[in-house]
Write a protein that binds this ligand. Structure first.
Ligand SMILES: NC(=O)c1ccc[n+]([C@@H]2O[C@H](COP(=O)([O-])OP(=O)(O)OC[C@H]3O[C@@H](n4cnc5c(N)ncnc54)[C@H](O)[C@@H]3O)[C@@H](O)[C@H]2O)c1
Length: 372
């Protein structure tokens, strides 16, 4: 309970700092909103923010099959009175009827078969969830005449290995390297199609590497939760590459800010834009910072780069998001990382239970031979 209150406080303090416009606040009040993937890393933060914005008379419906964690326990969903959790699948008609029966007026579609390596291992299921899933959701949203459909797209699924940084929205790559990337890009195209054909008010938000409270580690998860987990266990941090690779790590509540704004501002309709910190951090620097903060003496081991991982750098331009919806990341990397570490410490028992690392060689590093 203490942890849940702390989590709510983090979101409320962040919302206060945002100084959201009155018209946005009154827009969200009393609304019924569907968040697919609401038990996940980003969704579990978004639903707290939305719960506050819609108020007592509003309702947040979460549709999530809990497949991202090892245990069948929605512990990542903060138990707020106006949040309704439906354990179900975006591919399943019965589950979709159940949630659309509540008449949501805004849909945030965050459920996904996460992520690159998972889709390499299971390409068909990746397509079923990420392509079939979104077409079903868009169909229901069209029938229901939803006011807005906000899609969690991915920077890594659009720009391929394009070397010109910062990455701007006017370029797309036809040379993607995993089924996840292909399927997420297809999702954007379906949103554009429903916008064009049926005037559904769709928005494509292209996230860059999220981190922060809410993400448990696992064989298919992001580098930050995995590094934190291994460092806290006193294990060496495996770098799959030279360590000079960079990522644009984005604090999860900054992504939530972008989503809330994408759900409201008219300028966002039919558009696509990056949501990122707009700063690069090297993986080796990340590993060193984490090892220092958590006092891990096991240091770093270098492994071979995974074949699909063809991006030496990722840095997003956030100009378009700023121009269209007034997006401005607020949380500095060090500050966000410290909050993430605190969340790990506070929730260690549940994180340990949720962490999905099957016995044997983890997919996170399984093809990677150690480099001496
Ligand atoms: N985390 C990132 O760095 C990042 C970067 C770019 C894009 N994205 C996108 O943002 C969204 C959210 O990312 P996240 O990090 O919170 O991922 P996540 O895996 O933590 O959350 C996704 C949630 O969807 C649920 N889910 C998976 N398959 C489902 C299905 N068939 N039916 C219902 N629920 C299902 C999972 O249980 C999970 O709780 C995803 O769409 C992802 O592709 C994330």
């Amino acid at each position: 309970m203490k942890q849940q209150i702390k989590r709510i406080k983090l979101v409320v303090e962040y919302l206060d700092k945002l100084n959201l416009e009155d018209k946005l606040i009154s827009f969200y009040l009393d609304k019924t909103i569907l968040v697919t993937g609401g038990a996940g890393a980003i969704g579990s933060n978004l639903i707290i923010a939305l719960s506050k914005l819609v108020g007592e008379k509003g309702k947040i419906i979460v549709l999530d099959n809990l497949s991202a964690i090892k245990i069948n326990d929605p512990w990542n969903i903060t138990p707020l009175a106006n949040i309704m959790f439906v354990k179900g699948d975006v591919r399943n008609e019965i589950d979709l009827k159940r949630v659309f029966n509540e008449s949501p007026s805004i849909i945030f579609h965050l459920a996904a078969f996460f992520a690159n390596q998972n889709s390499v291992d299971y390409p068909e299921e990746s397509a079923e969830v990420d392509v079939l899933g979104i077409t079903k959701l868009l169909e229901y949203s069209k029938f229901l005449k939803a006011e807005r459909f906000v899609y969690a797209s991915s920077g890594c699924a659009i720009y391929g290995s394009y070397p010109k940084m910062p990455l701007k929205e006017d370029f797309i790559s036809m040379h993607l390297t995993t089924p996840y990337q292909i399927n997420k890009m297809t999702g954007e195209m379906y949103c554009n199609y429903y916008n064009h054909m049926y005037d559904l008010k769709t928005v494509n938000c292209r996230f860059f590497n999220s981190y922060g409270p809410g993400e448990s580690p696992g064989q298919y998860r992001n580098v930050i939760p995995n590094f934190l987990y291994w460092a806290m266990k006193g294990l060496p941090l495996p770098i799959t590459g030279t360590g000079e690779e960079t990522r644009d790590f984005t604090y999860v509540l900054d992504l939530v800010q972008g989503l809330i704004k994408a759900g409201f501002y008219e300028n966002a309709i039919g558009e696509n834009f990056n949501l990122a910190a707009g700063k690069e951090i090297q993986i080796i620097e990340l590993a060193q910072i984490i090892n220092t903060i958590v006092d891990n003496e096991a240091k770093i081991v270098f492994k071979q780069r995974r074949k699909w991982d063809t991006k030496p750098r990722l840095l997003a331009s956030i100009e378009k998001a700023e121009k269209l919806v007034g997006y401005k990341p607020l949380v500095d990397f060090k500050e966000g990382l410290l909050t993430n570490i605190e969340w790990f410490r506070d929730n260690w028992e549940m994180i340990e239970k949720s962490a999905d690392f099957p016995p044997g060689i983890s997919s996170a590093v399984r093809d990677a031979k150690e480099i001496i």
